[in-house]
Design a protein around this ligand. Structure first.
Ligand code: SAH
Ligand code: DHB
Ligand code: MG
Length: 225
């Protein structure tokens, strides 16, 4: 029974859970639709994962959130919805057109005043943040080019503090972590970041596998020691 069309059943269950429990608001539904209209790939986090990001921001008491990889701002809206009054979210995006769509989605969501979108290669933005002496981030979501995952993880620690929460998306990558040759561009960076989570004494981490509308994947949850 479980072998029969698991993918469509996983998606059907995800849709049920989204409707019954997750309940994305109009601004989130609009953001996902606007991304499709703009021809962007449907690679935003699933609604149940977005809701988890919001809850993790709230549970960790985060006031300052850093995101690497904005796309249309779908995950950005979820996390900003978890911020307290006076909270701040800085999100890094390489593609100006993505940043423009995200800005419009965030403004429509009534969250624009909490969010700064920095356009450019994230590695440049991250070193700028350090030079500017930015206050430590309480929560970091890594979800951009997977080749740079180990570098983004190092930056998350450097721009964080003991106790900072780090979430890294897409760390199972349809199982390619067991066979990096399946995707020589992205898989090695994902595997290297997972190894850092084990080896770097500044991190304590786990990984949750996921299935559903975004295929077979997973996210890492780490705490800076
Ligand atoms: N977090 C989003 C999805 C991000 S998709 C969500 O869940 O809604 C990945 C994004 O990272 C894309 O918009 C891509 O343009 C951006 N990106 C890729 N390489 C980048 C880089 N070097 N610096 C900053 N952003 C990058
Ligand atoms: C891709 C990127 C993502 O962040 C994601 O969640 C899914 C897919 C991609 O580049 O294909
Ligand atoms: Mg992702």
């Amino acid at each position: 029974m479980f072998e029969h069309q698991p993918t469509s059943r996983w998606i059907a269950v995800e849709e049920y859970l989204t409707a019954v429990v997750v309940q994305p608001d109009d601004s989130l539904r609009h953001a996902a639709a606007a991304a499709l209209d703009a021809g962007m790939p449907p690679i935003e986090v699933a609604p149940n994962a977005g809701k988890l990001l919001k809850l993790l921001v709230q549970l960790s008491g985060a006031r300052r959130v850093l995101e690497i990889g904005t796309l249309a701002g779908f995950s950005t809206i979820w996390m900003a919805q978890g911020l307290p009054d006076g909270g701040r979210l800085i999100t890094c995006e390489y593609v100006p057109r993505h940043a423009k769509v995200a800005r419009s989605n965030l403004d429509l969501a009534g969250l624009g005043h909490l969010v700064e979108i920095r356009v450019g290669a994230a590695l440049d933005t991250l070193s700028e943040l350090e030079s500017e002496g930015a206050e430590p981030f309480d929560f970091v979501f890594i979800d951009a080019d997977k080749e740079n995952n180990p570098r983004y993880l190092d930056w998350a620690i450097r721009l964080g503090r003991p106790g900072t929460t780090v979430v890294m998306d897409n760390v199972v990558w349809e199982g390619a972590v067991l066979e990096p040759a399946l995707d020589p561009v992205n898989a090695p960076g994902i595997v290297a970041a997972l190894q850092l989570m084990r080896e770097d004494p500044r991190l304590d981490a786990t990984v949750i596998q996921t299935v559903g509308s975004k295929g077979w994947d997973g996210f890492a949850l780490a705490r800076v020691r």
